[in-house]
Write a protein that binds this ligand. Structure first.
Ligand code: C5P
Length: 238
């Protein structure tokens, strides 16, 4: 499992409706070029077999199932995910400290090389201040992200998923080794889709992102692998 922060900073979100479409992208790609994220849609149709297939092809796989349940259930789910050989997985920080601690403990007996990185989602990048108010959260979006990120660090996890709009603030408040994984990345002039808090790849890295999660700007482009390489070339100029 590769662990460098300097290369392969892009995690491509394999948000495809079926295994064949996902494998069409994967076949053009190379494990030295990017990491892959399997989310709820693809996992629901293609399941653990596809995850194992990607791992066996040499890809670092981020299993993005955002577990959020009672602590025991989340801990068992995290252990089952680790046994698939994934490189990274996540839970929702809003599941609370105990849930995150139990999830972490379920991986503790694994060696440092076998243990997947465990991160927590703070506030979804598709959510705005108004969305938070609607669910009864009275503090500012930034305060909520910071609160959940601090709780995640306190619970011992490796990092958080957040918007690259928040990374400058989080880098100041959290340890330098804490991973900041940022979706909501959009190229200059491309569609926002359903994302609200978006940032360009260059700004995300400048602001302190550890890894960029990029889906539609790559997977829905006419030449996905060319687009991926173009994004890397813009990062190399930083
Ligand atoms: O296509 P797009 O680049 O918007 O894809 C972003 C990916 O990151 C999606 O798979 C989405 O589920 C995931 N994600 C997100 N916001 C979070 C956590 C994960 O957009 N906070």
């Amino acid at each position: 499992m590769s662990d460098t922060l300097d290369s392969k900073r892009i995690i491509v979100a394999l948000d495809y409706a079926n295994e064949n479409d996902a494998l069409r992208f994967v076949d053009q790609c190379d494990a030295s070029l990017c990491r892959l994220k399997v989310g709820k849609e693809l996992f629901t149709v293609a399941g653990p077999q596809l995850v194992k297939k990607l791992v066996n092809l040499g890809f670092d796989v981020f299993l993005d199932l955002k577990f959020h349940d009672i602590p025991n259930t989340v801990a068992s789910a995290c252990r089952a995910a680790a046994d698939l050989g994934v490189w990274m997985m996540n839970v929702h920080a809003s599941g609370g400290q105990l849930m995150m601690e139990k999830a972490w403990q379920s991986l503790e007996d694994l060696s440092a090389t076998d243990r997947p990185k465990l991160i927590a989602v703070t506030v979804l990048t598709s959510m705005s201040q108004r969305d938070l108010e609607q669910i009864g959260i009275q503090v500012s979006l930034e305060q909520q992200v910071l609160r959940l990120a601090k709780l995640t660090q306190f619970a011992g996890l490796d990092g958080v998923v957040c918007s690259a709009q928040e990374t400058t603030l989080l880098r100041k408040e959290l340890s330098q080794s804490f991973l900041l994984v940022t979706p909501g990345i959009r190229l200059e002039g491309s569609s926002k889709d359903d994302q609200v808090r978006i940032v360009t790849p260059q700004d995300a890295i400048k602001n302190g992102s550890s890894y960029l999660v990029i889906g539609r700007p790559i997977t829905q482009s006419k030449e996905p692998v060319t687009t991926l390489k173009i994004i890397y070339s813009t990062l190399n100029t930083l």
